[in-house]
Design a protein around this ligand. Structure first.
Ligand code: NAD
Length: 504
């Protein structure tokens, strides 16, 4: 099977009107640090470049926060906390709702920035704007409904008042793969709960977060509530801010390795932590699955975001009796994908985020092939500018191959087979991760039975994408702690207080 490519070098006239607006949108995107609602330069004038992974070209130069800037951001967040906590929840809710509306109005700008700095196809970027925006709407609704309770003690000697209070200033650290959604998933519940914050976006994709922060300012967020410190010195940012005794919480989305470092740092001041970490998701296809549905689910769970998703189906576990049909149908779909510049119409797969990531994918494939895996589709990097790798389907993959044991974070789908339900569960759980999993079977009792036994925070039953602002998102085992979204999401940013009152 072969893959059709858009030519990367000689890009055809662009069909998407947004492409004409690249310069204008980049020019309007703030390049400074946001502290007390003012965009400012770094204290030492330092900057860093943001690259477009499709072309390898620099598209913007941003201020790179110093230790002094991090302290200033923390001062701003700490200074604003008391008044913000006492701001009526309706006011906080309305700011979020206005931000939601502004995200809708400016959706093309946000999607364009994501395609430029991260590479995902424009249609997928628009999908992320829809998903990411929903956290603003959902938490605008949750903000006014965070109920406590008022009851008599069992002995009748006390009236017990239980309420939720904002935990206090938070440090929010986000990854590069979903530049908008990872920010809104943290900022929205923090605003709803009444917390102030310092946001550190990933230095590879800061532009979307910078633009989003301006939306929050335009929506009326008071000075000091949301501060943004983009920087290339990530560990300096976390060490400086987490050493400040006024900080109360760190919420991190990224790799398990960095999450562990941050959890260690958090012990000194006994900080609350939310950790959304890596994954090694199984997608199980039983012999009684609707194979077309399973193939569609695998395409969504594996190929969305070029496979650069913590929820990606990393391992496709297929019953031995249906593996030939499944692989043939999946190969057909994967071969029909179009790799190229995400601003070109018809492109469905963008580049990897950087050369290092593309090289890592290549090593994963080489390792699998060296151990005996067979390449059904793709298998190679795409030469030319940008960091492209072909959508790749592997079968007969040995269970000790790195693609099975580690998080791939790219468009590579390794298929392994199983004989029965017991073996499927065992294979699925044979990882230190426990974020997303997917099960395909037309027998719903079997699906729910697997749900009982699978050690994953999320499971899709006959569906390949399940993330939703109204649902609790988060992992088990080394995939992390805490939940984002749903009714649970706001409580990551609150602390519970009990007041015992003498009974009248
Ligand atoms: P990463 O851990 O390298 O970086 C994430 C963020 O942490 C970035 O902002 C980075 O600058 C920052 N960082 C790096 N070192 C730091 C340090 N010492 N102190 C403070 N901050 C530091 O991860 P990544 O490569 O950006 O993202 C990919 C990883 O994120 C994958 O493992 C993926 O599974 C995971 N992820 C998880 C979720 C989830 O919700 N569970 C969502 C998206 C991505």
């Amino acid at each position: 099977m072969s893959i059709r490519y858009m030519s990367i070098k000689d890009t055809a006239p662009v069909a998407l009107a947004v492409k004409d607006r690249v310069e204008e949108v980049l020019a309007r995107t703030p390049k400074g640090l946001l502290i007390n609602n003012e965009w400012r330069d770094a204290s030492d004038g330092g900057t860093f470049d943001v690259e477009n992974p499709t072309t390898g070209e620099t598209i913007a130069t941003l201020a790179s926060a110093t230790e002094e800037d991090c302290r200033a951001a923390m001062d701003a967040a700490a200074g604003a906390q008391d008044a913000w906590a006492r701001t009526p929840s309706r006011t906080r809710s309305e700011i979020l709702r206005r931000a939601f509306d502004l995200v809708q109005e400016r959706k093309d700008d946000l999607a364009l920035l994501m395609t430029l700095e991260m590479g995902k196809p424009f249609a997928e970027a628009l999908g992320e704007v829809r998903y990411g925006g929903e956290f603003l709407r959902w938490f605008s609704e949750e903000a006014v409904r965070d109920y406590g309770r008022y009851v008599d003690s069992p002995e009748g000697n006390l009236r017990m008042l239980v309420s939720h209070k904002p935990v206090g200033p938070c440090l929010l650290i986000t990854p590069w793969n979903f530049p908008l959604a990872m920010a809104t998933r943290k900022v929205a519940p923090a605003v709803a709960a009444g917390c102030t914050m310092v946001l550190k976006p990933a230095h590879l994709t800061p532009l979307t977060s910078q633009y989003f922060a301006q939306i929050m300012v335009d929506a009326g967020i008071p000075a000091g509530v949301l501060n943004v410190v983009s920087s290339t010195a990530a560990s300096m940012v976390s060490e400086t801010i987490m050493a400040d005794p006024r900080l109360r919480k760190v919420s991190f989305t990224g790799s398990t390795a960095v999450g562990k470092l941050l959890m260690k740092l958090a012990t000194d001041n006994v900080l609350r932590t939310s950790m959304e970490l890596g994954g090694n998701g199984p997608l199980i296809v039983f012999e009684d699955a609707d194979i077309d549905k399973a193939v569609a689910g695998a395409m969504a769970a594996k190929m969305r975001n070029m496979g650069e998703a913590c929820t990606a189906a990393n391992r496709l576990l297929v019953h031995e009796s249906v593996v030939d049909e499944f692989v043939a149908k999946l190969a057909e779909k994967m071969s029909a994908l179009t790799v190229g510049n995400g601003l070109e119409e018809g492109v469905t797969v963008g580049p990897m985020i950087e050369a290092k990531a593309r090289d890592s994918i290549e090593r994963f494939v080489t390792d699998a092939v060296d151990r005996g895996a067979e390449i059904v589709v793709g298998g190679k990097r795409v030469e030319g500018p940008g960091y492209f790798f072909e959508p790749t389907l592997l079968r007969n993959v040995p269970r000790d191959a790195r693609v099975i044991r580690e998080e791939i974070f790219g468009p590579v789908a390794p298929v392994i087979t199983f004989k029965d339900e017991e073996e499927a569960v065992e294979l699925a759980n044979a990882t230190e991760y426990g974020l997303a999993s997917y099960v395909f079977t037309e027998n719903i009792s079997r699906g729910l039975r697997i749900g009982d036994r699978i050690e994953f925070g999320l499971m899709g039953l006959n569906v390949g994408v399940i993330s939703n602002a109204a649902a609790p998102f988060g992992g088990a085992k080394q995939s992390g702690l805490g939940r984002e979204g749903g009714a649970e999401g706001i409580h990551e940013y609150t602390t519970t207080q009990y007041i015992g009152v003498e009974s009248p």
